[in-house]
Design a protein around this ligand. Sequence first.
Ligand SMILES: [Zn+2]
Length: 248
Amino acid sequence: MKKERTPIHGKIPSLGILSLACILAAAAAGECVVSYTFDDGLEDQYTIAYPMFREAGLPATFFIIGSKVGDPNGFRSKAEKHTPVMTWRMIRDMAANGMEIGSHGWAHARYQNMDREEILDDIRKNQKELKENAGIDCTSFASPYNAKRGKDGTDILALVKEEGLSGCRPHQKAAGGGMTAEKMNEMVEKAKAKGDWLIFMTHGMSRGYDAWQNPDELRRHLEWVKGQEGVKVLNFSEAARISQNRGR
Ligand SMILES: [Zn+2]
């Protein structure tokens, strides 16, 4: 896994279901932080994944593309064709029930082909729409296509920080396709041994890009992870704060 730690600045996110003392304790060696992130706002993340997290009493972060919200055919690619995207009502429901809503940019544009001003417009537009439609002061960001730089060399992480967001997802491990609970459990054990921050990334739960062959594997993994000593499950913005505290 590429190690690019994300220092954070700006807004202090809400602490969700864990106390501040608990979060700071998570930085100790031999423990790990696990964050579950979902990209593109696909509808089955709401209908399938969100109930699993609620049932387990664990948080997750959903990175939303404002321009696609509510679109029944949100994606045009072969893999994602006719994959419906969740509505603002669904987003508000998740936010009201302990899930973090993050930004994945307004248009899911390829920032690597855009200059600083164009990228900034796209980031700001999504912040504005998330606020207006869901009342969310979004603090977390996942760069579309995980782009790190614009065509003029703009550092996207630095830009996101300048805009007052808490951080830009620095690395991720895909969870989808043929992933199993056992494989995810193993990844958590490895992260724990290294005192690492493990960030899972999921797109489709039942259809669309890299969809799970058996979504119930995620539920089985969550049942396991919530009972693990030394494993803190935090949403992205909370984990980004620890990352800064650890100076990594
Ligand atoms: Zn995406």
